[in-house]
Design a protein around this ligand. Structure first.
Ligand code: NAD
Length: 329
């Protein structure tokens, strides 16, 4: 079995190298997979991809021509794969549905704590010999209302973590998760969640229904000065509307690990380049915005699980075994 591995980073190699030659013949490519790089798949049985690889109809047609038979995603989200086209070309698609949901939930908590208590600013100040406390005031999390949108694996762990701080949890999801109720949380309508929350954290998937679920209409319902956290997918929030909400003070804090146009920026070192994306440049300019570059998943435990499950998915493909990790239209 030969596998073409796209969007490779050093941490991928660290966790996949032990399987090379043992389980599978791996070839690492640093480039992302999309229509212009799809020719690289010639001679491979399968491809291994991540969140920014683009498996649209055109790319999948090239993969089929090159006799690629399967796609293994090193992630849970699959909004970047045209499943109907994959089925048409008889290319099987697998994902890693859960890999340490604690990793992403804990990153959301890290964004909240950093934005609130400004430890990133204090760290820089102290290194420059500035021991002043001016403009470092935060607020107690204890007693605050946290709204969780999407209470699946990550959202429910996040809710539990915030319960530990003494927060009141309100949640919105299409399906209720009994763990939220057992932890003392309450399900409310989407509108009530917007109206009552001091902090809102997004943990639902990106699909046509959730695209721009946070927009100028939702900001109108929110409390003044509230905090918005997005570790899920960038297009859940309308970034232009979010910038207006930051300018007016409606939004007091924004913490994002994902961004609408992140494909052009994230996972790259652009420190010597001119950033051409004016929207992210504006976001970066706000003192109350904290951006991380899609690192929620980046823990040792999560990477280990991603590698193990991906290799198992390949074995299941080889054995023609039916599995829940296989994505169907
Ligand atoms: P999950 O499938 O366990 O949970 C998603 C929840 O969202 C489900 O309960 C579902 O019912 C709910 N949902 C679906 N449509 C909804 C809607 N319209 N309104 C409200 N809720 C809705 O997924 P998960 O494992 O908890 O992951 C959540 C998201 O986190 C993923 O879709 C992915 O985009 C993101 N993620 C980010 C990172 C990162 O590194 N930042 C890593 C992994 C996953």
């Amino acid at each position: 079995m030969k596998l073409a591995f796209f969007s490779t980073k050093s941490y991928d190699k660290e966790f996949f190298d032990p399987y090379h030659k043992q389980e599978i013949d791996l070839k690492y490519f640093e480039v992302r997979l999309y229509k212009d790089t799809a020719d690289l798949t010639k001679g491979y049985d399968g491809v291994c991809v991540f969140v920014h690889d683009d498996l649209d109809e055109e790319t999948l047609a090239i993969l089929a021509e090159n006799k690629v038979k399967f796609v293994v995603l090193r992630c849970a989200g699959f909004n970047n794969v045209n499943l109907a086209a994959a089925a048409k070309y008889d290319i099987k698609v697998y994902r890693v549905p859960a890999y340490s949901p604690e990793a992403v939930a804990e990153h959301a908590v890290a964004l909240i704590l950093t934005l609130n208590r400004k430890t990133h600013k204090a760290y820089n100040r102290i290194r420059e010999g500035n021991f002043s406390l001016e403009r470092l005031r935060g607020f107690n999390l204890h007693g605050k209302t946290v709204g969780v949108i999407g209470t699946g694996k990550i959202g429910s762990i996040f809710a539990k973590n915030m319960t530990g701080f003494g927060c009141k949890i309100i949640a919105y999801d299409k399906f209720e998760n009994k763990e939220i109720i057992e932890q003392g949380g309450t399900y409310v309508s989407f509108e009530k969640l917007l109206e009552q929350s001091d902090i809102i954290s997004l943990h639902c998937p990106l699909n046509p229904e959730t695209k721009h679920i946070i927009n100028k209409e939702s900001f109108k319902l929110m409390k003044d000065g509230m905090m918005l956290i997005n570790t899920s997918r960038g297009p859940l929030i309308n970034t232009v509307d979010t910038i207006e909400a930051l300018k007016s003070g409606k939004l007091g804090y924004l913490g994002i690990d994902v961004y609408e146009q992140e494909e052009q920026l994230f996972f790259k070192d652009l420190s010597e380049s001119v950033i051409k994306d004016d929207i992210i440049a504006r976001l970066i300019s706000f003192p109350n915005v904290l951006i991380t570059a899609h690192q929620g998943f980046l823990t040792k435990e999560a990477l280990q699980q991603i590698a193990e499950v991906t290799i198992q998915n390949i074995k299941d493909f080889k054995a023609e075994k039916e599995t829940n990790n296989q994505l169907k239209v």
